[in-house]
Design a protein around this ligand. Structure first.
Ligand SMILES: Nc1ncnc2c1ncn2[C@@H]1O[C@H](COP(=O)(O)OS(=O)(=O)O)[C@@H](OP(=O)(O)O)[C@H]1O
Length: 204
């Protein structure tokens, strides 16, 4: 990481850090003051989104259902499948809390990032000790894309939406499979709400 000068913030984004066992110790060794920001969404939708992304690159992979279960008859979930494993947020957070206090970690709601991007970014700016520069007036909802977009891209007068790889249509998953996953995640989600002090509302 480059050295940060007075008045600067150095940022780096790597989604896999949150679920990488060695990452907390390594980051702590580099700089124990590091602030950590993690975007989390309903782990069931996250798993389907993860699968959709893989499917777009490898169309021949097995169905979502066959990857989810170790045993379809007993309904035993395959927790070694990364799409399932990553959504056990409470477990991953435990590893980070061995090194960093909760006050240095911010969890951003992926759902609110879509329904209220300015509100969620308000929390990010506060967490980073920044003035709330980014507000509602920077976003508009793009009906075609189905997501909020920036009114102006940086250095341009044109609006900017995220690319085609964000917001892919998810395949239909059998409601029973979804329900089984919901049941699987419920206790982990409850633990995660307790740990973070925020109810993300994934059970509704
Ligand atoms: N503004 C806006 N525009 C488009 N997409 C948005 C936006 N805000 C959040 N999202 C959600 O971002 C999801 C993809 O992000 P990822 O973190 O999975 O991307 S990646 O892993 O870094 O490729 C993507 O998930 P999918 O819908 O499953 O594709 C979106 O739901």
């Amino acid at each position: 990481m480059p050295k940060t000068l007075e008045g600067q913030i150095t940022m780096e984004k790597t989604p896999s850090y949150f679920v990488t066992k060695e990452a907390p110790a390594r980051i702590y060794a580099m700089s124990r003051d590091t602030k950590l920001i993690v975007v989390v969404r309903d782990p069931v939708t996250r798993a389907i989104s993860d699968y959709t992304q893989t499917l777009s690159k490898k169309p021949d992979i097995p169905t979502f259902q066959s990857l989810t279960f170790k045993n379809r008859t007993t309904g035993l979930i395959d927790t070694s499948w990364s799409a399932v494993q990553i959504g056990i947020y409470a477990k991953h957070l435990d590893s980070w809390l061995q090194f960093f206090p909760m006050r240095q970690i911010l969890f951003v709601s992926g759902e609110r990032l879509i329904s209220d991007p300015a509100g969620e970014l308000g929390r990010v700016q506060d967490f980073l000790g920044l003035k709330r520069i980014i507000t509602d007036k920077h976003f508009y909802f793009n009906q075609t894309k189905g997501f909020p977009c920036l009114k102006k891209a940086e250095g341009s007068s044109k609006p900017h939406c995220l690319g085609k790889t964000k917001g892919r249509t998810h395949p239909n998953i059998h409601p029973e499979v979804v329900q089984r996953l919901r049941d699987f995640y419920r206790p982990f989600n409850m633990k995660f709400y307790q740990m973070t002090g925020r109810i993300f509302g994934w059970e509704e």
